[in-house]
Design a protein around this ligand. Structure first.
Ligand SMILES: [Mn+2]
Length: 319
């Protein structure tokens, strides 16, 4: 099967329709289809953008009709935990309803909280796999870590790659290994900056940890290992990091597609077998919704990115 992989959408249905049409999909009986190909979404359908319901209305029928596959993004995981009451602490939720968490989730809550179909949509989010391993390719929202995936399969044999109640509960407890595992797969591998160093992320939050190029065994400094928007890189120190912080992803491993990192450059491969498709469609100053047309190749190519751009003005009216 040949796949068109599509990055983080974050409530932006208009660029999604434009991108699907550019890839040759057209609407038939309410579902976008292309006779010879399937879509794989990389997760993060929700939050931030102006069209939360419209995005679900496009992607869900595609997945339910077998025209598309998807993995879970950290925003769907957070939505599930925000909705789910903590069985051990009545009146509390697995993701606490703090001001910060509510703000991050506000666009989605505005569209769904109090609505009849809220609970049912959360249930559907739970059907999204945490990762996909298909013939010749791998898909995960932020970081492919073989050891963690193997551990999860050993500890939770019945889940395969799905989140069950037990894993959801454990993954919601800071300090537990299941929490760290889900954080890494869905939010990326992070390391602490040297003492005294920090930077501000896109939401203005202070960060003392950086997401790293987990597939890059050649990175020797924090600066080189940083994975995220170029705008933030100038705040990352050039101090050396210990090689044991890195998680190598061999060039012989199957190609892996990820989203999540809010990149702001022209779409390009991170490694010959690693492609990130998140180029900040929901960015305040505009961004891109990016796809990759995969035809079975082991060595990926920069020629196969397809994308649509969003203008800053569109963001301002919608958010
Ligand atoms: Mn995202």
């Amino acid at each position: 099967m040949n796949y068109d992989l599509i990055g983080d959408i974050h409530g932006h249905s208009e660029p999604l329709v434009e991108l699907l049409e550019k890839l040759g999909y057209s609407l038939s009986n309410g579902v976008y289809r292309q006779p010879d190909r399937q879509v794989i979404f990389l997760g993060d359908f929700i939050d931030r953008g102006p069209h939360q319901r419209e995005v679900i209305k496009i992607v869900r029928p595609m997945i339910e009709d077998g025209v598309a596959l998807s993995v879970m993004g950290n925003h769907e995981f957070n939505a599930i935990a925000y909705f789910t009451e903590d069985p051990e602490n009545p009146g509390q939720y697995l993701r606490q309803h703090t001001d910060r968490h509510r703000r991050q989730h506000q666009a989605f809550l505005d569209a769904y909280q109090g609505a009849d179909d809220y609970a049912e949509l959360i249930e559907w989010f739970r059907s999204l796999p945490l990762w996909l391993e298909l013939p010749g390719l791998r898909v995960v929202h932020a970081c492919w870590d073989d050891a963690l995936i193997e551990d999860l399969q050993v500890c939770f044999p019945s889940i395969n790659q799905y989140l069950d109640d037990n894993l959801l509960l454990r993954a919601s407890r800071t300090g537990r290994s299941e929490h760290d595992a889900i954080e890494t797969l869905l939010k990326g591998k992070e390391i602490e900056l040297p003492k005294g160093h920090m930077f501000f992320d896109k939401d203005g939050h202070t960060r003392h940890e950086v997401r790293i190029r987990w597939f890059d065994g050649d990175a020797r400094t924090y600066y080189e290992a940083f994975l995220g928007p170029e705008k933030a890189r100038s705040h990352i120190p050039e101090d050396p990091i210990g090689a044991d912080h890195l998680l190598q992803y061999s060039h012989d491993d199957p190609p892996v597609f990820i989203g999540h990192y809010w990149l702001d450059s022209e779409p390009e491969l991170l490694a010959p077998n690693v492609a990130c498709l998140d180029y900040s469609v929901a960015g305040k100053s505009g961004g891109k919704l990016v796809a990759y047309r995969w035809d079975g190749e082991q060595a990926l190519s920069n020629d196969k990115f397809v994308y649509v751009e969003t203008a800053p003005a569109q963001q301002l009216t919608g958010a």
